[in-house]
Design a protein around this ligand. Sequence first.
Ligand code: FAD
Length: 438
Amino acid sequence: MLEVLIIGAGATGLTLAIELQRRGVTFRLIDVAGGPFGGSRGKGLQPRSLEIFDMIGVADDVLAESSLYQPIQLHFGPFTKQIRSLGTHCEPTVGCPHPNMRMVPQWRTEQALRAHLTALGGSVEFGVGLQTLEQRDDVVFCSLTSGETIEARYVAGCDGGRSTTRKALELQLVGKSLGDKTMIVADFALAGLDRDFWHVWPLHSCGRIVIAPLPQAGMWQLQAPEKLARHGLEQGLFRLLKKRPSKITWRSQFRNQIRMVEHYRVGNVFLAGDSAHLHPPSGAQGLNTGVQDAFNLGWKLVSALRCGDNGILDTYEAERLPIAAAMLNLTSTLHLNSSTKRGDMTNQLSIGYRNGPLAGSEAAAGPLGLQAGDRMPDMRLSDGRRLFEAMRDGNPVQIVMTDGERILVRPDGYVAGVGKEAIKAYQGFSVLEVSSLP
Ligand SMILES: Cc1cc2nc3c(=O)[nH]c(=O)nc-3n(C[C@H](O)[C@H](O)[C@H](O)COP(=O)(O)OP(=O)(O)OC[C@H]3O[C@@H](n4cnc5c(N)ncnc54)[C@H](O)[C@@H]3O)c2cc1C
């Protein structure tokens, strides 16, 4: 029997696959699409996702062709006004090596994750989709579009907003659409537009239009009401910019929605990413939240498979569902106010699980004021590595501080416990012990 079947090879499914592959779990990763996704769609990577990519060992590749967010030029007819960027421009510190949101087209993030999975020995099966699933006696029977039936111990539905997995579980995406406009998102090449700025038409007769320079030479992302393209997208862009795009490489439609499920788990089947929560693009939270769902679920599946500790899997919903709910509140507020306030609110560095089931009821503050459930900052270790580099082994890490205090870090980079004594109990993992540098 297969240990895990992952449905969907977007950023969420790929992150989960890497988490399982690097810990020796047998899994298959299927995607109904004929090949890799080709659009820039979720282009804003938040600092916490970059830390996760650092702990996985893929950050350098993801960031190789990235940019900071540029300031915004607002266009009102012939007048323009400049306002600050949606992203911060802070200097890295030892504890926070990735302080700024970076722009990386979604196709490029997925490409880097796929390459990393391949280097680890895993792969994506494109052209194979989930049709139905049924659970009996702790086994999930999945029928695929290829005609195959797979028996899996666990299934992860990372299959996006129209998730077949979610429908098979009879879970609803509860929430609403924000407005009734169908929007288009498109990637196009165009010369002669100032690439040091985002260009925004807040009061255009079609509605709000945003054009952002992508890190790839000459490429732009458009987000606009569909009305802009009523005489064709190329013509709509020409009327707006008085310049014709030399090529349109990708386009798609979307609706601004805030919706989420009431459960992340039914039996041995889990939901992660857009299959569990849908955000409007404002605040750049969707893909980032999916990556963090996967990073939370991955080590817990490993623990359950290695030790039969099924209970750890309940902590996935308990920890992640409130985060998705908070993110939805935030993104809908940003969307409804057309707010350009970002930074600490959206960078996802303050996300933690202090009130979660793994934090314990008598959590005390330890070194650096940290307590169980907090995000563990990066730090220099006496063996010459950074903590995030040491996390690449995929194990919990016990840090002995210079004053003898200890911090145990979970495999997903959150504090498991603090204290004077060694904290070794961690089902299914061997704890890596390291010392901090003063
Ligand atoms: C205009 C726009 C801008 C955005 N900007 C941002 C941003 O800046 N930052 C951010 O974080 N997010 C952003 N998002 C959201 C982001 O794109 C999504 O949250 C992200 O794609 C979710 O990733 P995922 O892997 O969960 O799902 P998806 O990317 O939807 O991937 C799901 C995968 O599952 C596959 N699949 C579907 N059905 C099946 C099946 N039955 N069997 C097998 N495979 C299946 C699909 O082919 C697909 O590859 C934006 C979205 C839009 C529309």
